[in-house]
Write a protein that binds this ligand. Structure first.
Ligand SMILES: Cc1cc2nc3c(=O)[nH]c(=O)nc-3n(C[C@H](O)[C@H](O)[C@H](O)COP(=O)(O)O)c2cc1C
Length: 764
């Protein structure tokens, strides 16, 4: 192994050479050059080691301290996100550090930087980690590379990493930190001060595990944690947890970097992006980079055959919808739909139980209401580049697009605007007294904000329309009135985040098709206005479009005009017209491996509880087990499913096919059974899945505790999951050894993966 000291001399040589070479070779990538210099000096093979070592060679574009120095930044905020929440919080923190304290922060995606450069961050600077957990307390996709370098794969996760060997970091040059700084390879981060906030959900066993492990690891490498480690809990209110943490930690951050609160009430507004309208004949206009639909696999990667295009969370695959149907009866006020995607023409593969990520498109009506406030042609092609003066510069996947497409495909136009954003983005752009008073009340008066924005789930468009109407009603003069500009809107809106669904198909049966089973969310807000879940209604509209074009799998007609939504007479009007008209309509998807899996040994029994759309992954499991019987697997363990819903006639989703599958499974193993609980079918007697579990306690006990079966639960985490766990404990108490502790038995099962849950709160 190359010693760290040796890498230090290499570092100096390469840094100098790099600087020289990058200034001479226009367009040469520093990364390529760095690797070249390195391999010329050290001709060793072994790609993973080389990758690790190449990061020890300073590539200034990927080095946090070098970029901080070049941009005079004092705080770096690193987010690890799966669906955008921590990225959004990072941007909010960055803006408020800038506007309240004149700090000069930068927000970064860990994928764009080398973790090895953390050791060279000088005194008086600070790193803030905002890390979400995913899977079973795993790092988010964008943090995997950093995480694996900090904590090598297969290291048992721990409360104390001090005995773990330190990975290699870049060795600081003497002047980078302080003249008397001595690098210690066992405590390479002893000069690093960091703050840390995790985003998680306490309904997961490994609550905030990713953030906890990274925080502990950094400390074990010598770094100093500033303030408390914040733990956001999505099952309660991550935003409130973050605000509380921020109130404690921001003064410490500011003190550490030697700043004081800015004088004056509001700092000048700095747009995150610079937008230029493009004439299609202009030389700068690059047709190849013009993304007509959201991501275009073909346009972006025209040289590669589709099956070689790498698909990840930053590069989703535009997939064809190949079949779709309504699962619930048209009479049912709750709609559940089935949608199936073709992945045969992509590099995507999956196994039963994985998660499907899907990026919804916004509805025309929501997007049009924003254009009504702006003086732009929605179809105008624009070029968007990060503003170098912004603290939030990052990359966008759409350098050329139309105004309309940017809002339709990339931005979240419905999530209520936060108080931070009203203060830091909107207020500096409002001149009138009446407008300023309204916004300032929203920022300062939490009760007013709750009544006006939070409770009614007010969209940014509704907030802006209200602001404009307040000024109009007060006869604010024309030149004082607030005028919405596109760059203000882009700075206000979070990015559109992907939504995750349990895959409801079996990879054994249909390796080239993935399906999702989606409950369509709509409700009236406190003011009686209709509210629609963006993604589920997008999927429902896509299902209707598919059915209108190609018919349906089971002959059911598309849903009729629904009395619930008078403003949106037909669902397809909610969607961009182009989408409805386009024959080759594709939806961006990505598949993430999950640990929610059937046992590898098919002889092991499985007991599943999945009421409502909690059935989704179990439809895949049941079809997979039935397919095993069909393909001749012998000794298949028992398969038991508890399904529940309100009415058998209206919402026994997948009823026919489940009955068929269980007839196949039952012929093979008499213990394989489907139990249903329809809570509103018998007047005066509500029956839920947990009641059925108790009723069949003998069978459940035999399969789980005598035959070592696996238990799975999916659905509402607040009540159902708690009640079902209690039912299991009652069964253990009744049938088991009286000296054993039921709670302990279930915890033990969870530890070894024999009790798996995928639960959510309030329809999330
Ligand atoms: C599939 C999935 C798995 C998750 N796993 C965990 C977990 O193991 N531990 C945890 O604390 N939170 C877990 N969460 C909750 C997320 O961390 C939380 O919702 C977070 O706010 C998401 O942030 P992001 O949008 O930045 O990715 C999980 C969420 C999803 C959807």
């Amino acid at each position: 192994m190359k010693s760290v000291e040796k890498s230090a001399s290499l570092l100096k040589l390469n840094k100098r050479e790099l600087t020289l070479a990058t200034s001479v070779l226009v367009g040469a990538s520093a990364l390529v050059l760095g690797k070249y210099v390195y391999s010329a000096l050290n001709s060793r093979s072994g790609s993973s080691e080389e990758d690790q070592d190449s990061a020890l060679v300073v590539n200034e574009e990927r080095s946090i301290p070098d970029v901080m120095k070049a941009k005079s930044k004092d705080v770096v905020i690193i987010y690890g996100t799966q669906t955008g929440t921590s990225e959004d919080l990072a941007k909010r923190l960055s803006r408020s550090l800038q506007s309240d304290f004149s700090a000069n922060p930068m927000v970064i995606d860990p994928q764009d930087f080398d973790v090895e450069s953390l050791s060279r961050i000088g005194e008086g600077k600070i790193v803030v980690f905002l890390l979400s957990s995913t899977g079973d307390g795993e790092p988010t996709d964008d943090m995997i590379s950093w995480y694996n370098k900090l904590i090598p794969e297969n290291t048992p996760t721990n409360d104390d990493y001090s005995s773990l060997e330190a990975p290699k970091f870049q060795v600081p040059e003497s002047e980078e930190i302080s003249p008397d700084y001595v690098y210690d390879k066992d405590k390479p981060l002893k000069n690093l001060t960091f703050a840390s906030f995790g985003l998680g959900d306490s309904s997961y066993v490994d609550f905030n595990a990713h953030s906890k492990h990274v925080t502990r690891r950094l400390v074990s490498l010598g770094a100093t944690l500033l303030g408390p480690h914040g733990l956001g809990d999505g099952s309660k209110d991550t935003g409130a947890d973050f605000a509380k943490w921020k109130d404690t930690v921001v003064p410490l951050i500011v003190d550490h970097i030697g700043l004081k609160p800015s004088s004056g009430s509001s700092a000048p507004y700095v747009a995150d992006w610079i937008i230029t309208e493009i004439n299609k004949n202009a030389p700068i206009y690059d047709k190849k980079k013009f993304v007509k639909f959201r991501y275009s696999n073909i346009e972006n990667e025209s040289d590669l055959p589709p099956e070689q295009i790498k698909v990840d969370i930053s590069n989703p695959w535009n997939s064809m919808v190949i079949s779709a149907k309504h699962l619930s009866s048209p009479e049912n006020e709750k709609s559940i739909v089935h949608i199936e995607f073709d992945i045969s023409d992509s590099s995507i593969t999956y196994t039963t139980g994985d998660h499907l990520y899907l990026w919804p498109f916004n509805f025309d009506l929501n997007v049009d209401s924003l254009f009504a406030l702006m003086d732009v042609d929605p179809e105008q092609v624009i070029n968007i580049v990060p503003n170098p003066d912004s603290t939030n510069s990052g990359s966008l996947p759409y350098s050329f697009n139309t105004y309309k497409n940017v809002l339709t495909f990339f931005m979240d136009v419905t999530t209520p605007t936060t108080q931070d954003t009203i203060k830091d983005v909107l207020m500096p752009n409002v001149k009138s007294q009446v407008g300023t008073e309204y916004l300032s009340k929203l920022v300062k008066d939490n009760d007013f904000y709750t009544e006006e924005i939070k409770k009614p789930v007010t969209s940014p468009g509704e907030l802006l329309t209200k602001l404009v109407s307040i000024e109009a009603d007060s006869n604010v003069s024309e030149n004082e009135r607030f005028k919405l500009k596109f760059d203000i809107l882009l700075s206000m809106l979070p990015r559109q985040s992907p939504r995750q669904y349990s895959i409801s198909s079996s990879s054994l049966e249909t390796p080239n098709k993935v399906s999702a089973s989606v409950a369509v969310l709509k409700y009236k807000n406190v003011n009686g206005l209709n509210r629609y879940g963006v993604s589920s209604n997008f999927i429902a509209a896509a299902v209707d479009v598919q059915i209108q074009k190609y018919g349906t799998l089971d002959g059911r007609a598309p849903s009729k005009v629904e009395p619930f939504d008078p403003p949106y007479a037909l669902r397809h009007k909610m969607l961009t017209t182009e989408l409805v008209q386009n024959n080759d309509f594709r939806i961006p998807i990505y598949i993430r491996k999950s640990t929610f899996k059937l046992p590898e040994d098919p002889r092991i029994p499985v007991v599943m509880v999945g009421p409502g759309t909690g059935l989704a992954p179990f439809r895949g499991f049941v079809r997979e087990r039935a397919q095993m019987v069909i393909s001749g697997v012998e000794d298949l363990g028992a398969t038991v499913l508890f399904f529940g819903n309100r009415h058998e006639r209206l919402d026994f989703i997948y009823g026919d096919e489940l009955t068929d599958c269980f007839s196949t499974l039952g012929n093979n193993n008499p213990d394989s059974k489907l139990f249903t609980a329809f809570s509103r079918d018998i007047p005066g007697k509500k029956v839920y899945v947990q009641d059925r579990v108790i009723e069949n306690g003998d069978l459940v006990y035999k399969l789980l505790f005598e035959q070592g079966g696996y238990f799975y639960i999916c659905g509402d985490g607040s009540r159902m999951a708690v009640d079902v766990a209690k039912a299991l404990k009652d069964i253990i108490s009744l049938h088991g050894d009286k000296s054993s502790d039921p709670e302990e038995i279930l915890n033990q099962m969870k530890k070894v993966g024999r009790y798996q849950s995928d639960t959510w709160y309030n329809g999330k």
